[in-house]
Design a protein around this ligand. Structure first.
Ligand SMILES: Nc1ncnc2c1ncn2[C@@H]1O[C@H](COP(=O)(O)OP(=O)(O)OP(=O)(O)O)[C@@H](O)[C@H]1O
Length: 517
């Protein structure tokens, strides 16, 4: 039997069930027990339960053991293979290995950095803003800029382990430049990255570097093209087991889109999914994903206005100095959010995972509460002194209080934002949702651009039921051939592992790389 035959039937049945535009869970839902364990993991995560309760996959264990031996590791894999979860555990290992003051956690984007309680790679390095012209700077210029920045120098001298998440958005030039800076500031010129233990994670099939992102994949120079890339790692490993989706057909379909090697039947299936999905436009509980920010803002503003209700404005209250404070605006918590009764919202913090109130949970504002507000809770955030009451799609009600986001410089809090942990959720950009797990999305991918965008959008959902697609043309599934070649070179090694010659820390040509024992 062909893998998707039953799914076509399932989706057709699903449409019947959803004829009023609201998707309903069904007995044959394309989920299985693994999804449950996936949710249990989320509970451990937000309640800070020991990760020992998590059953790590073999590949994940392999990574953790290499890291505990002080090895530099590049962790890659499809969306949902647990890269971020593994990084969270890795950070604990690194803290034990080096003490927290020597461990710096960074990511190429503010959203990813905040999710890991870290800072952007740019702010760690002391090199200006993400995606700025500095990325293409001459390494010597960059070094001088770092040397004139006391804080940055201190960080470079102290760092013993550096974590970088969402590496797909870091350019080759920046990666090489940072290696140069690390060697010089640490005074260990002969060692790649001056001997720092690197833990880098990301998927190059997802969104490419910010500076070069655009319609033309060819202009992108990825971090793996950096001269120092292969010398930077003892181990490069592609995680294969997907945890976000548990349905084999769906993971296979997504993997095909990711690599640009889709089975024609899978593409037909996707096109088939587009038929008659316009009704989702009217289902506010499905998050609409758009390639462009301006469409997101337009939809959210229009929907809010169309409710014709009085709005309550919540403004973020930030503390911290200069650029640290500015980094807070790059995170997921909004500078300002207007809410009114009937507004569709999404939680951007884990609040109560046992009851499904997790980062990404969606619901509707059903009113505002005066009674449960303490004045100090809302000081400066809301002049009306009220808190939004939200009915979540899981059925839970909650009066949502302000939450706090921190920017960390190593183990020190250097900036802090207090804000209501909600964003408007009728629509969201594909760029913003990279890294998120969403229950139900609706997307029109006919205007997707650049490499990886279709894949990032589709791979957010856990189940096929959660995917509402209204347009997709095959030509929008774009994959950069350089990325494909890079992954083939990892796979050619059979065990997806490349071992660096320890004595010289130099990588032999790919053809003679050794396999792990
Ligand atoms: N060992 C595991 N057991 C059960 N669930 C897991 C495991 N590892 C990860 N997960 C769950 O799988 C989901 C996806 O994980 P995560 O967000 O870490 O993936 P990712 O590879 O970072 O995805 P993306 O590339 O989209 O950012 C999460 O809900 C996470 O809790």
């Amino acid at each position: 039997m062909k893998v998707f035959n039953f799914q076509v039937v399932a989706v057709a049945a699903y449409r019947t069930f959803s004829s009023n535009g609201v998707a309903k869970p069904s007995a044959w839902a394309l989920t299985n027990l693994k999804t449950k364990s996936n949710r249990e993991v989320e509970q451990c995560r937000s309640r800070n339960l020991p990760m020992s309760k998590i059953e790590w996959g073999e590949e994940q264990k392999h990574v953790l053991s290499a890291i505990s031996e002080g090895k530099s590791v590049f962790i890659t894999g499809s969306a949902g293979t647990g890269k971020t979860l593994l990084l969270e555990e890795t950070i604990k290992f690194l803290n034990r290995l080096h003490t927290p003051s020597g461990v710096y956690v960074t990511a190429s984007t503010g959203i990813a950095a905040c999710a890991l309680k870290g800072q952007t790679l740019h702010s760690f390095a002391g090199i200006g803003i993400v995606g700025g012209d500095n990325d293409d700077d001459d390494p010597q210029n960059l070094l001088e800029r770092v040397l004139s920045n006391k804080g940055a120098c201190k960080r470079w001298r102290k760092v013993q382990a550096l974590v970088i998440d969402e590496i797909s958005m870091v350019s080759a030039k920046l990666f090489d430049n940072l290696d140069y800076v690390a060697r010089r500031v640490k005074g260990v010129n002969e060692k790649t990255w001056g001997g720092i233990q690197l833990v880098v994670s990301g998927d190059f099939f997802q969104l490419p570097p910010v500076t070069n992102r655009g319609r033309n994949c060819k202009v992108v120079k990825y971090a793996f093209e950096a001269k120092c890339w292969n010398n930077s790692f003892d181990l490069q490993l592609e995680l294969k087991r997907v945890f976000r989706q548990s349905d084999y057909g769906l993971t296979r379909l997504l993997e095909g889109v990711r690599r640009g090697e889709s089975d024609p039947q899978d593409l037909e299936f996707l096109e088939h999914l587009c038929l008659g999905n316009d009704e989702c436009d009217y289902d506010p509980s499905v998050v609409q994903l758009f390639p462009l920010n301006k469409d997101v803002e337009k939809v959210n503003e229009e929907r809010l206005r169309s409710l014709q209700k009085d709005v309550v404005v919540y403004r973020a209250v930030d503390s911290g100095k200069g650029h640290w404070k500015r980094q807070l605006s790059c995170g997921i918590a909004p500078d300002e959010i207007s809410l009114c009764e009937g507004a569709r919202v999404m939680l951007v913090k884990n609040l109560d995972t046992e009851h499904g109130l997790v980062n990404g949970a969606t619901g509707v504002v059903v009113g505002f509460s005066w009674s449960s507000v303490k004045r100090e809770d809302l000081d400066g955030i809301c002049n009306d002194n009220v808190l939004p009451m939200v009915k979540f799609d899981s059925g839970q009600f909650m009066t949502v209080k302000p939450a706090t986001w921190h920017v960390m410089d190593g183990y020190k809090v250097v900036a802090c934002r207090k804000q209501i942990p909600l964003i408007l959720a009728w629509a969201m950009s594909i760029h913003k949702c990279q890294g998120m797990t969403l229950d139900r999305i609706h997307t029109d991918l006919s205007r997707a651009f650049g490499c990886g965008m279709v894949y990032v959008a589709l791979s957010r959902v856990r189940t096929l039921e959660g995917l509402h697609l209204s347009a997709l043309s095959r030509s929008k599934i774009k994959v950069d051939q350089k990325v494909s070649r890079f992954y083939r070179s990892l796979a050619e090694k059979g065990e997806k592992v490349m071992i660096v010659d320890e004595s010289t820390k130099k990588v032999p040509p790919l053809s003679i790389l050794k396999k792990s024992e």
